[in-house]
Ligand binder design. Structure first.
Ligand SMILES: *Cc1c(COP(=O)(O)O)cnc(C)c1O
Length: 476
């Protein structure tokens, strides 16, 4: 494909995406066809001779798009949002076109420096503690996901707690990771990957009303482990748990970590974005105790997957834990000590230029545009919660400080699960579920930039009328 062919095909692809976005609201939110439908529609092998991009676009229309779950749909309310945006897509396109592999400063100087500056910008925008800035001892880096951020934090914490010898034969010590029972599954995965195993994670009780970590239970767990000769390595606190967006109390948790010298990582994957708004920054009170922090611009900050922003308070410690320097990567810039080599800040060696899409997003929307996006989500979630509360067949089951509302039918778990199944089967919306204190609850997460009050009112109408039918159908 020469540059002129690329130009023509590229315009057609951009047109395709623009048409997709413009007609998204008219599509079913997800497919109802059975597994295997797409496989059966595709040829058994690759074409012998090349085909034009137009042929691929036609199949995209016929075979692929109808069989997707449309995460950018204005009536998609499942999981957490993974919103993207025009500027994000364009920035990513440039990154793909450049094809720069930024493992070292020397392999893409502007990419590395742009990333460092942008992470400082974000820290400023969210008023993160000074020690996370590259101008102090710390710094930020883009990871692919919050799961990777938690893995890296766990690796550095273990390195600190053991001098890099937590799995050395003959060193008979056990190390522990702590998170609330509501902590994300990636924390247990990190415990397994680092060799601690599933037992390496000690789940800490939560307050039954708020679902937030109970500091007294954390202190007791640490004291108990110390008495058994187990070394507390890291506490992962969550700002905005995946199930209900509970906020762990950082001031109390941080003080305990400081007292025992335990690494504190704060996982704010979804809710961290809210801190662009000063009125939602209360969630970060106590963040000064944290050794590391992350959030996902790819969830709620209009930046397409994948983009996790991860900061550490001590960059030297991070590099010491992760660096391995083979001869073929040696270069004068690295040896000068004047540059950042982001390969030492992550698990893989290679990395693409993710900073570009973030740069496009920050410049297109500006801080004011990002705040407006977050505020709109919070207001729409409030609007929905007000409707739920006003209907006595329903109840809201957890605080909703952000843009997620957890609710259920008072009639119970069976009725609530049935309601979710019936509503999703219409194809007109998409919600997911969780369990709160053992009881089934539906989750409605607002986040698509196309979602308006009309979409929220429509999904409420659908839930309310479906509940009427469903409760009438049920015996008793
Ligand atoms: C979504 C989520 C994660 C995982 O995010 P990825 O970026 O997909 O790895 C981790 N922690 C919390 C609290 C989350 O909500």
């Amino acid at each position: 494909m020469d540059p002129e062919e690329f130009r023509r095909a590229g315009y057609a692809v951009v047109d395709w995406i623009a048409d997709y976005w413009a007609t998204l609201g008219q599509r079913p939110v997800t497919t109802t066809d059975p597994p295997g439908t797409v496989t059966a529609s595709l040829p058994a092998g690759p074409p012998e001779h090349g085909e034009p991009v137009a042929a691929v676009l036609a199949d995209l229309d016929d075979l692929i798009a109808p069989q997707l779950t449309h995460w950018q749909h204005p009536a998609f309310f499942g999981y957490f949002p993974a919103n993207t945006s025009g500027p994000s897509v364009l920035g990513d396109l440039v990154s793909s076109g450049l094809g720069v592999q930024g493992m070292l400063w020397a392999t893409g100087p502007a990419g590395t420096e742009l990333e460092t500056v942008l992470l400082d910008w974000l820290a400023e925008l969210m008023d993160l503690p000074e020690r996370f800035r590259s101008t102090s001892s710390g710094g930020g880096v883009i990871q692919d996901s919050a799961s990777s951020a938690t893995l890296v934090a766990t690796l550095v914490a273990l390195h600190r707690a053991s001098g890099g010898r937590w799995r050395t034969a003959g060193v008979d010590r056990r190390y522990r990771v702590y998170a609330s029972t509501q902590g994300h599954s990636s924390i247990e995965k990190a415990a397994r990957i680092t060799g601690l195993g599933t037992d390496g994670l000690r789940p800490v009780e939560v307050d039954p009303d708020t679902q937030a970590m109970c500091p007294r239970a954390l202190r007791a767990a640490i004291a108990d482990d110390l008495a058994d000769g187990i070394v507390p390595a890291i506490v992962v606190a969550t700002v905005g748990t995946t199930s209900t967006t509970a906020v762990d109390p950082l001031p109390e948790i941080g003080a305990i970590c400081a007292e025992y010298g335990v690494w504190l990582h704060v996982d704010a994957a979804y809710a961290g974005a809210a801190a662009v708004c000063p009125e939602l920054r209360w969630t970060h009170t106590g963040l000064r105790y944290a050794d590391s922090y992350c959030f996902d611009p790819h969830k709620w900050l209009l930046t397409g997957f994948d983009c996790d922003a991860f900061w550490v308070a001590d960059a030297a410690e991070l590099v010491e834990a992760l660096t391995v320097l083979p001869e073929y990567l040696r270069n004068a810039a690295s040896e000068s000590g004047a540059v950042i080599d982001y390969r030492d800040w992550q698990v893989p060696l290679g990395r693409r230029l993710r900073a570009l899409k973030l740069w496009f997003v920050l410049r297109w929307y500006g801080a004011a545009g990002l705040r407006a996006h977050v505020r709109s989500g919070v207001a729409l979630a409030d609007r929905f919660a007000t409707r739920v509360r006003a209907d006595d067949r329903f109840e809201v089951v957890a605080p909703h400080p952000f843009a997620l509302v957890c609710f259920r039918l008072v009639a119970g778990d069976g009725a609530s699960a049935e309601l979710l199944a019936r509503v999703n089967a219409t194809g007109r919306t998409y919600l997911t579920h969780t369990r709160v204190a053992g009881r089934y609850a539906l989750r409605l997460a607002v986040g698509s930039p196309q979602t308006t009050s009309a979409h929220v009112d429509q999904v409420w109408q659908l839930l309310a009328t479906t509940a009427t039918d469903l409760l009438a159908d049920r015996p008793g």
